[in-house]
Write a protein that binds this ligand. Structure first.
Ligand SMILES: [Zn+2]
Length: 452
């Protein structure tokens, strides 16, 4: 969905902690995966400290591969940004958006009907223009590096589903946006910002029920791993998080990717814990518990709420700047490109360009906040599993090393890359912390979890 239906995307989808991937994953939102590797490690039964890494290390061949893959992803991130803006500018300057608006007007006088015609047309045009990049970033690249199991037909199906979701949700958001712009030409940036709060919360609530099942199947974990489910429940109790057994799931990620992952998603009644089947195959139960402990940390430490509030604040500033820029552009260039006013649907590509550019500029801030929360979640995982897992430090370090190898995570990212687009601290930093953070051996109290 990329930069699509922007306000929701920014407030919800762009927030890494809201639907956080496991303790390590590649820094980008692009699909990631990993090669078929060592068989699953057996559940730990004895002292494993000696086998636990203290740094993120890869053999020379894998290191070369990881660096090449990461470099491609970094380039794609910036190419994606430039391409998105270029497509919006193209649809504006060639008057394509204005033509879509004219068709919509001819077919209906009702604003909502016009949006329901305009948005799918616009979404289809933009998606087709960016499809070569989507194909390369979401399919070809992962196949080149042996990271995916998805067939082209399945990928194409997902691409089409994304387009359909974008068209439906985009129609709703665009309809509300232009309604507000027309009713309050000078204050829309504030009123629309207010409306993004219930919209984003509603999306977070419904996403696990409505969107996720469109792409994957979920099986209650107690059916496949009853013993692990009991241990997960014990860890959740210790963390003070209530999730019924029936909402702890295994997801069939292996149908599409080789990636390892887990997450806690939804809010309130839709809250649920999900482990990817690949994770269960490649990791021991102890390591899986550490991965889940990290995800649970985001919930218990209220990272979702804090990050949501911080991002909403940033979005408020951004909407104001967008409002000023949009008026400036439409007044200067609008009439020459058949855009009648800011409240005209044909101004949509200009609005998207402005907001995409502004959101790109704030991404280092959002990622900086995210890295802080991710570090806290790592610390939480170690604390919450202390007493449940025999050696949390070793299990966490091994889990991160496995995730790094499987994800082809960059062993040595450039500081600028880390600053601009890393939502998690670099893996080497995380493994060093995992191997050395043990307040229990020094008689110090736990900071984030109550002592057992
Ligand atoms: Zn996380």
């Amino acid at each position: 969905m990329k930069f699509w239906f922007f306000p929701l995307a920014l407030a919800v989808l762009a927030s890494p902690a809201i639907r956080c991937a496991s303790p390590d994953h590649a820094p980008l939102l692009a699909a990631k995966a990993r090669p078929p590797q060592s068989p699953a490690t057996p559940p730990s039964t004895g002292p494993l400290v000696d086998r636990a890494p203290r740094r993120y290390r890869l053999d020379p061949e894998k290191r070369k591969k990881a660096i090449a893959y990461s470099r491609d992803q970094y380039i794609l991130y910036f190419v994606d940004f430039v391409l998105s803006i270029s497509i919006y500018l193209l649809l504006w300057r060639t008057r394509t958006a204005a033509a879509f608006r004219d068709w919509a007007r001819r077919l209906s006088r009702r604003h909502i009907a016009q949006c329901a015609i305009f948005v799918p047309l616009f979404a289809a045009a933009a998606s087709l223009l960016r499809s070569p990049l989507d194909y390369y970033a979401g399919f070809a690249l992962d196949h080149r590096f042996g990271l995916t199991t998805q067939s082209f037909a399945s990928w194409l199906g997902d691409w089409a589903k994304n387009l359909a979701i974008t068209a439906v949700l985009g129609t709703l958001v665009v309809w509300i946006f232009y309604l507000v712009v027309r009713r309050a030409p000078c204050r829309w940036w504030f009123y629309f910002w207010l409306l993004t709060i219930p919209l984003a919360l509603g999306f977070m609530l419904l996403e696990p029920f409505v969107i996720e099942p469109l792409f994957f199947n979920f099986t209650p974990l107690e059916k496949t791993r009853p013993a692990l489910t009991a241990r997960v429940e014990g860890m959740l109790r210790h963390a003070g998080l209530e999730v019924p057994r029936s909402r702890i799931f295994e997801m069939d990620a292996s149908t599409k990717t080789k990636t390892l992952n887990a997450y806690v998603s939804g809010v309130g009644a839709s809250k649920r814990v999900v482990v990817w089947d690949n994770t269960l195959r490649k990791m021991s139960e102890d390591e899986t518990l550490l991965v889940l402990g990290h995800e649970v940390g985001h919930y218990v430490l209220r990272h979702i709420l804090k990050e949501f509030a911080l991002i909403e604040l940033l979005v408020l500033g951004l909407f104001y700047l967008g409002y000023v820029a949009l008026i400036g552009v439409v007044e200067r260039l609008g009439t020459r490109s058949a855009v009648e006013s800011v409240g005209d649907l044909a101004s949509f590509p200009i609005a998207l360009s402005v907001l995409t550019a502004l959101s790109f500029l704030i991404s280092p801030v959002v990622n900086g906040i995210s890295r802080h929360f991710e570090h806290q979640a790592d610390q939480f995982a170690l604390e919450v599993t202390y007493g449940i897992v025999q050696d949390p430090n070793a299990a966490e370090a091994r889990a991160l090393q496995t995730l790094g190898e499987e994800d082809l995570a960059d062993p040595d990212p450039h500081p600028f890359i880390e600053y601009w687009l890393y939502s998690h601290p670099p893996l080497d930093e995380r493994i060093r912390f995992a191997a050395t953070y043990k307040p229990w051996t020094e008689g110090k109290p736990l900071e984030l979890v109550r002592q057992r």
